[in-house]
Design a protein around this ligand. Structure first.
Ligand code: NAD
Length: 458
């Protein structure tokens, strides 16, 4: 008797190197048939109303929240972030789901416009089959951010999660699939070969979150079929600290937003510009704050900063720090090498735009501080980046508000982080993004608008 074995994608704990589990790798040649199944499922799923779809999915929120402890532990073991953050990612996603599906359904309800002689209805129809391709840094939230609006607006979805975090993404999809009809949400596993095959398959929309380099490849490949794109890419977010700022608040934010998730956040603070007159004071407060960021295995209670996701990512960060110190930057906190995939939260002073660490996305726990003469120089340097996702300004409100409007980033926080009020879209500018998601404006990006007009009755 012959037996065939399916190749497995193994997932390892970045803190310990231990095998956490495995999933079958999807052969790229199987992907067209998987997409065809999604297209078949679209016929009935797409014909429901958005509110009907929201009601079908709603119980998945409680199911996710009820299992938040177990899923959070899996997330931490697979990706490394502290357990509290892993559980929080799962619980927050589950608890917010019911309101979220209602918000999406409401955003895509038909709208009526009236002219003197014409009545027009705007319909937000599903685009069709959506390929959702996602990264590892928020390995449950990132798939959810793409999958949920795609589903509620009536698309069917083929999800390809990061090859670094397949287990938690599969667990997330399994929970949703307890409630969804067959074929509406499918998962394929693998790395770039599977990603390429999915983009090349008969999909109508590619909703991608990941690096700029991969985003560019996807855009090229999508051009042939003019496939719709949502690309949420990398960044190099600036923080500006002005004379007159609450320096304690600024330093607390700078440390948190540079070191959180080991710096592996698309809207991490990657560049800090501080007015010369307050730089020394700010720096000593930042160093003080940095001492609280204990490094370790995410499963240990004392850990605030877990490991980096892999050796390549760590090597990239170490190389950027070496390049910077070689060109005159000064390590004023951390910087010491650690074993395995761990990296010390590090504060660098005297950085300049001649250093790679102020140009290329770092995605590591490094706070880079540069003194600036005045507001003009701060704005000019902050905008000197190909990226434009987020940013923050700490300072007197009138000055900070004026600067916020001059930054080329798409999302800016004044004396706080960039998180917007409910309903705000998540959006990148420049080479950080192409199209966007979240909030009513974002949900409609998953739709084809159709405009139907008729003469008004006399
Ligand atoms: P990545 O671009 O390496 O991989 C992302 C996904 O793309 C993975 O699933 C990967 O397997 C797949 N992929 C790789 N090559 C592909 C190809 N040729 N065609 C199709 N798919 C392919 O990114 P990553 O290392 O997983 O994540 C880190 C990046 O994500 C950072 O740049 C970060 O800033 C960005 N990010 C952005 C946001 C945002 O909202 N803008 C959010 C989170 C992460």
């Amino acid at each position: 008797m012959t037996t065939t074995t399916t190749a497995q994608l193994e997932s390892f704990n970045p803190a310990t190197g231990e095998l956490v589990g495995s999933v079958p790798i999807t052969p790229p040649e199987d992907i067209p048939a998987i997409v065809a199944r999604a297209r078949e499922a679209l016929k009935s799923w797409g014909s429901l109303s958005a509110q009907e779809r929201a009601d079908i999915i709603r119980p998945a929120g409680k199911a996710l929240a009820d299992r938040a402890d177990e899923l959070g532990e899996l997330l931490t073991r697979e990706m490394g972030k502290p357990l509290g953050e892993g559980v929080g990612e799962c619980r927050g996603t589950g608890e917010g789901l019911s309101d979220e599906v209602d918000e999406i359904a409401k955003a895509v309800a038909p709208e009526t416009l009236t002219g003197e002689a014409v009545t027009t209805t705007l319909y937000h129809d599903p685009l069709g089959v959506c390929a959702a391709i996602t990264p590892w840094n928020f390995p449950l939230a990132m798939p959810h951010w793409m999958v949920m609006p795609a589903l509620v607006t009536g698309n069917t979805v083929v999800l390809k999660p990061s090859e670094q975090t397949p287990l938690i993404a599969q667990a997330y999809a399994d929970v949703l699939n307890q409630f969804l009809p067959e074929g509406v949400l499918q998962v394929v596993h693998g790395a770039d070969d599977q990603g390429k095959a999915l983009v090349a398959a008969d999909v109508d929309l590619i909703a991608f979150t990941g690096s700029k380099a991969v985003g560019q490849k996807i855009m090229q490949s999508a051009a042939g079929g003019l496939k719709r794109l949502i690309l949420e890419l990398g960044s190099k977010d600036p923080l500006i600290v002005l004379e007159g700022a609450d320096l304690d608040a600024a330093a607390t934010f700078a440390a948190r937003n540079s070191f959180r998730n080991c710096g592996q956040v698309c809207v991490s603070t990657e560049r800090i510009y501080v007015q010369d007159s307050v730089k020394d004071q700010f720096l000593s407060k930042l160093i003080e704050q940095s001492k609280a960021y204990t490094v370790g295995d995410g499963m240990d209670e004392a850990t605030v900063v877990g490991p980096m996701i892999d050796e390549n990512q760590k090597n990239h960060v170490v190389a950027q720090v070496q390049d910077a110190t070689g060109k005159g930057a000064k390590v004023v906190f951390g910087g010491e090498p650690r074993d395995g995939r761990f990296m010390s939260p590090t504060v660098l002073d005297n950085v300049t735009h001649e250093m790679d660490i102020m140009k290329t996305e770092t995605f590591g726990p490094i706070a880079c501080v540069m003194g600036v003469r005045d507001i003009e120089q701060a704005v000019e340097l902050a905008n000197d980046s190909e990226y434009g996702l987020g940013g923050a300004v700490f300072g007197p409100e009138d000055k900070a508000r004026a600067i916020a409007r001059r930054l080329t980033s798409a999302m800016v926080g004044i004396n706080r982080g960039l998180g917007g009020a409910p309903g705000s879209p998540w959006v990148g500018a420049k080479q950080s993004g192409y199209s966007y998601h979240s909030g009513p404006m974002g949900h409609r990006q998953f739709c084809q608008v159709r405009v139907v007009s008729e003469a008004r009755a006399e």
